[in-house]
Write a protein that binds this ligand. Structure first.
Ligand code: RBF
Length: 158
């Protein structure tokens, strides 16, 4: 997890394998798209940096983060896809909705990975406000989309 002024983006990109022959699925939530599209861009650029071909990256958009587990499962069930990255941004509101969705999404994504026996990466921001989200989408805490892509690549090779 990111600590103050230090984040995974800074130190995790050592010994990351070439993925030119791998296929990836990315599911992106449309809620808070000003954040999720930046996370997606970071994930895509990172996968391509390590050799992934654009024709080997399947991108699907879903309405909100709550829909990420099912869409991730549909992609994870495709035999030729090696890993899935789920991207979303949950911002705390005035009601308890945030907590229910965040809990369900985290649990759901983990279950999909276990069920499909392949990496399904949790690239979902859960923040108090938009400012905190943007700090983690290309701001001072890096781009968590890049970190999600690195995680997917590393987990393929476990
Ligand atoms: N989806 C997100 O990805 N991020 C949010 O911050 C978010 N906030 C929501 C707040 C409320 C009150 C509701 C009703 C939905 C919210 N959603 C959010 C959408 C949710 O993930 C899902 O798409 C819908 O609940 C439909 O299943």
């Amino acid at each position: 997890m990111a600590t103050h002024l230090k984040n995974l983006s800074e130190y995790s990109q050592i010994n990351v394998a070439d993925v030119s022959h791998r296929r990836f699925g990315i599911v992106v939530a449309e809620w808070n798209s000003e954040v999720t599209e930046i996370l997606l861009k970071g994930a895509l650029e990172t996968l391509q940096k390590y050799g992934a071909q654009s024709e080997n990256i399947v991108i699907k958009r879903v309405p909100g983060s709550f829909e990420l587990p099912l869409a991730s499962q549909k992609l994870a069930q495709i035999p030729t896809i090696d890993a899935v990255i789920a991207i979303g941004c949950l911002i705390q509101g005035e009601t308890r909705h945030f907590n229910f969705i965040a809990q369900a999404v985290a649990e759901g994504i983990m279950q999909v990975g276990l069920k499909c026996n392949k990496p399904v990466v949790f690239g979902v921001l859960t923040t108090n406000n938009l400012e905190q989200a943007l700090e983690r989408a290309g701001g001072k805490y890096g781009n968590k989309g890049e970190e999600a892509a690195i995680t997917a690549i590393k987990m393929i090779n476990i």
